[in-house]
Ligand binder design. Structure first.
Ligand code: 2PG
Ligand code: MG
Length: 427
């Protein structure tokens, strides 16, 4: 089935910044649309998000060039191609761009096309998107890692230094129950914060932003919320952190503003070790900076048997960097963000390689999102067992979780909830 048109337009993302969406139409009239997300704590080696830098519009953040690249450069060459040939189309886009980091056409332009093509193909063959991506074996529903306290750059540095405090309700029987528990804990946390006279406004990913005085305080507040929701900390619900530490790493030191501390890498690792001893932390993402490679080896050695050590900014979903990370044994998992690399096929290559080496893959949204729920189908399609897509609140966040509910409903008795199977032994 041939592609008959591709059309991009500029829309706004959840932070009110421009991004693009791409419509793909087939000769038989089938139509699909994909939205492109955008990060705030960005790895230095991420593929290029093309912005206009025209200060007259959106303070330079417009993406009209990327829109032009889809409509006037990519579309004329892709029209007529077979929508089922995803890899061929992705490879064509990579070669049409011709740069290492997709700075010519823009990874945002390229990803929009790649995902719109995949969605149109799934409709064309009459399969749900997760089935098209993953085939008959796709039945594993992920544990939702819900980010209920926001800090760092996602909270304009108002609250904790750590960017994300996530709950993983892995003790539930199903995704649906896990989501319900997450929602109850979220609302219970709101009450705990109100009682303690903290504000209950939220950050970029829908989590609360209490003005805490240490980076472990949110874990205490969340522990109370879990208990108040009638659940057990550790048995029913584990915790996960994404400090996004590249953001507070300056001149070889980790600057913890809330605690008035400047820690070297080993002291930072000691701090994480203490947290992992005191709380049921099952996953630590970007515990160290992307510029602190050698100390990641120590972090992984010290904590990698107990908890999942995930690299985000340091790997940027880039196969050659992940390969090096596996050789150097610096982590045991990779964060998966499609827009860090820019095509579906390259993302799948990273997933396959990681799994061949017994690494886990943790699927992620971006802090700037659209209501597109592609990653929900993606995580089930590839059976990756866990996903983070923000709080169980705000439209662009629940769009993904709600899609997972629909997928679980569709699978019925065939659905398997990943539960505790995806965590190591810190609980
Ligand atoms: C992260 C993400 C998503 P951003 O650091 O993992 O939560 O944030 O999209 O800002 O990079
Ligand atoms: Mg991260």
């Amino acid at each position: 089935m041939k592609i008959s048109s591709l059309k991009a337009r500029q829309i706004l993302d959840s932070r009110g910044n421009p991004t693009l969406e791409v419509d793909c139409t087939l000769e038989n009239g089938i139509f699909a649309r994909a939205g492109v997300p955008s990060g705030a704590s960005i790895g230095s080696k991420e593929a290029c998000e093309l912005r206009d830098n025209d200060k007259e519009h959106f303070f330079g953040k417009g993406v009209k060039k990327a829109v032009y690249n889809v409509n006037s450069i990519i579309a004329p060459k892709i029209i007529g191609m077979n929508v089922l040939e995803q890899r061929k189309i992705d490879e064509f886009l990579i070669s049409l761009d011709g740069t290492e980091n997709k700075s010519n056409l823009g990874a945002n332009a390229i990803l929009g096309v790649s995902l719109a093509v995949c969605k149109a193909a799934s409709i064309c063959v009459g399969l749900p998107l997760f089935n098209y991506i993953g085939g008959v074996g796709a039945n594993l529903l992920p544990v939702p890692f819900m980010n209920i306290v926001n800090g760092g750059v996602h909270a304009n540095w108002q609250g904790a230094d750590f960017q994300e405090y996530m709950i993983a309700p892995f003790g539930a029987k199903s995704f649906e129950e896990s989501y319900e528990w997450g929602s109850e804990i979220y609302h219970s946390l709101k009450s705990v914060l109100k009682e303690k006279h903290y504000n209950v406004s939220v950050g970029d990913e829908g989590g609360f932003v209490p003005l805490v005085s240490s980076n472990e305080e949110p874990l205490d507040l969340i522990s109370i919320a879990v208990k108040n929701a009638g659940l057990s900390v550790g048995k029913d619900v584990g915790f996960a952190l994404d400090p996004a530490s590249s953001e507070f790493y300056k001149n070889g030191k980790y600057i913890l503003k809330t605690q008035k501390l400047e820690l070297d890498s080993i002291s930072m690792i000691n701090y994480y070790e203490k947290l992992a001893d005191n709380y049921p932390i099952v996953l630590l993402e970007d515990g160290l900076s992307e510029f602190d490679w050698d100390n990641w080896k120590i972090l992984n050695k010290r904590l990698g048997k107990k908890i999942e050590i995930v690299g985000d900014d340091i790997f940027v979903t880039n196969l050659s960097i992940v390969k090096k990370g596996i050789l150097d044994n610096i982590a045991n998992a990779v964060l998966i963000k499609l827009n860090q690399i820019g095509t579906l096929s390259e993302t799948i290559d990273v997933v396959n390689f990681a799994r061949q080496h017994n690494w886990s893959c943790f699927v992620s949204h971006r802090s700037g999102e659209t209501t597109d729920s592609f990653i929900a189908d993606f995580v089930v399609g590839l059976g990756l067992g866990h996903i983070k897509t923000g709080a169980p609140a705000r439209g662009e966040r629940v769009a993904k979780y709600n899609q997972l509910l629909r997928i679980e409903e569709l699978l019925g008795n065939s659905a398997v909830f990943a539960g505790k199977s995806i965590v190591k032994n810190n609980v």
